[in-house]
Design a protein around this ligand. Structure first.
Ligand code: BGC
Length: 376
C-alpha cells in the first residue's frame, strides 16, 4: 500500500503551528503552487512531516509535466455513486477542476455520470463507457461489493480502473495486477480521531460524571466500509483510553442531513439528558444532529458533545463557533489530485499500487480557522 501525505493537511499543520507560535498567518488556498505548500510545510516543527509533504508536493508537480502522456486526447469515464451527496460533490468538483485545469485533460473528453444510488444503473453506465472505448475509468461504486464483477468487465476490455471513496474488499484488491487501484482514506483513522476528540475534552466525554460515556451513533450507509470503521474505531479510541462506554442508540442515517436530524431527535426524545456524546459518521449528518440538539435546548460543549467527519465548511465554522466539538478532514483535494496523477501514470502504461491512501487530520477549535482558510 502506498501512502500519500495530504498537501492541504501539511499546509494546515504548518499554519496551525505558526498560529501556535503567535504569527498571524493563514494557510494558503489549495490552488496555490505545490512549491508554496512545500515551503510552508518546511516551517513545520516536525521535520519528517515537512519533508514528506515536500516530497508529496514535488510528486504532484512532476506527474503532469513529466508524463509524456497525451492527456488532451485521453477519454475518461467517471461515475459517482450519487451526485446528491455533499462530500462527493466537493470531491467531483475538485477532480474535474484538477483534471482539466492542472493536468490538461479536455473537458469534452470526460464524461461524468450520476449513479443515482442504483448499482444496476451504474453498471449500465460502465458498460457504455467500455463500449465507447474509454481509456480509463474512475469509479465511485454504488455498492463496493460489485467490484469483482466490474473489475472483470474492465480488465477484459483492457481498460484501467481507479476506484474511489468506497473501498472494495481486501481479497478483491489482492488480485489486482497494477492496472486497477483503490484511492481513498483509511476510515479506521477517522474513527480514531473522532474518539480522540472526545477523549481530549475536559471531562473525557463524561459530562455527568457517572463514570461512563453514554453515546448515540448516527451511521452512514453500511455498504461503505467508512461507516463500519468509523462506528467501531470512534468508540474503540475511548475504550483504549480506559473509558467505560454505554451505547444508547445506533441507527443508519445513510450520510444524509435530514436523516441525521430525525434520528438525533428520536434519540433525544427517548434518552434525553442521558446522552453525552453524539457520534456522526459524517458532517452532513452532524449538521442535522446539531439542528435536533439545538431544538431540544441542549448546548454543545456544555451538556453534550458532537463530532462528525469530512470538514465541510459549515462544520468547520461550527467547530470554530463551539457548536460542534470537532470534525475530521476527509481530504477530498489530496484524494482528487492523487486520482488525477495516478490516472496519468496508468494512461502511460505504468503499473500502480493496488491501494493508495491519503491521511485524515483532526479539526478542533484550535485549528478550524486555518483549515477553513485552506479550504476557501
Ligand atoms: C464521506 C461521506 C460520504 C460518503 C460517500 C464518506 O467517506 O465521509 O460524507 O457521504 O463517503 O460514500
Amino acid at each position: 500500500m502506498k501512502k500519500v501525505i495530504s498537501l492541504l493537511t501539511a499546509a494546515a499543520l504548518a499554519a496551525s503551528i505558526m498560529v501556535g507560535c503567535g504569527a498571524e498567518s493563514a494557510a494558503p488556498a489549495p490552488t496555490q503552487a505545490a512549491e508554496t505548500k512545500a515551503a510552508e510545510a518546511a516551517d513545520a516543527k516536525d521535520e519528517t512531516e515537512a519533508t514528506e509533504a515536500a516530497e508529496a508536493a514535488k510528486d504532484t508537480g512532476d506527474a503532469a509535466a513529466a508524463s509524456g502522456v497525451d492527456v488532451a486526447n485521453a477519454k475518461v469515464g467517471i461515475s459517482i455513486y450519487k451526485f446528491d451527496d455533499n462530500f462527493m460533490t466537493l470531491y467531483r468538483t475538485e477532480l474535474m477542476r484538477y483534471l482539466t485545469e492542472d493536468l490538461g485533460f479536455q473537458a469534452s473528453n470526460i464524461t461524468i455520470q450520476d449513479g443515482k444510488g442504483d448499482q444496476a444503473e451504474q453498471t449500465n453506465q460502465i458498460n457504455n463507457f467500455i463500449n465507447e472505448g474509454r481509456d480509463i475509468l474512475i469509479l465511485n461504486l454504488v455498492q463496493a461489493s460489485s467490484a469483482p464483477q466490474i473489475t472483470d468487465l474492465c480488465t477484459d476490455a483492457g481498460i484501467p480502473v481507479i476506484y474511489i471513496n468506497r473501498e472494495p474488499e481486501a481479497d478483491e484488491e489482492a488480485r489486482w495486477d497494477g492496472t486497477v487501484t483503490y484511492i481513498g482514506c483509511d476510515a479506521r483513522q477517522s474513527g480514531t480521531f473522532q474518539g480522540e476528540e472526545i477523549v481530549e475534552t475536559p471531562n473525557g466525554g463524561d459530562i455527568n460524571g457517572d463514570g461512563k460515556v453514554s453515546y448515540i451513533m448516527i451511521q452512514g450507509d453500511p455498504e461503505n466500509v467508512d461507516a463500519q470503521y468509523r462506528t467501531e474505531f470512534s468508540v474503540k479510541a475511548l475504550t483504549d483510553a480506559g473509558i467505560e462506554v454505554e451505547e444508547l442508540f445506533l441507527q443508519r442515517g445513510d450520510w444524509d442531513q435530514a436523516k441525521g436530524q430525525q434520528l438525533t431527535q428520536d434519540a433525544l426524545t427517548q434518552f434525553g439528558d442521558q446522552i453525552e456524546v453524539v457520534f456522526c459518521n459524517n458532517d452532513a449528518m452532524a449538521l442535522g444532529a446539531l439542528q435536533a440538539i439545538e431544538a431540544a435546548g441542549r448546548v454543545v460543549g456544555e451538556d453534550i458533545y458532537l463530532v462528525g467527519v469530512d470538514a465541510l465548511v459549515e462544520a468547520c465554522q461550527n467547530v470554530l463557533d463551539g457548536k460542534m466539538t470537532g470534525t475530521v478532514f476527509n481530504d477530498h483535494i489530496a484524494q482528487a489530485h492523487t486520482v488525477g496523477d495516478t490516472a496519468v501514470k496508468m494512461l502511460g502504461g505504468e503499473k500502480v499500487d493496488s491501494v493508495i491512501m491519503v491521511d485524515y487530520s483532526k479539526v478542533t477549535a484550535e485549528n478550524a480557522q486555518s483549515v477553513l482558510d485552506a479550504l476557501s
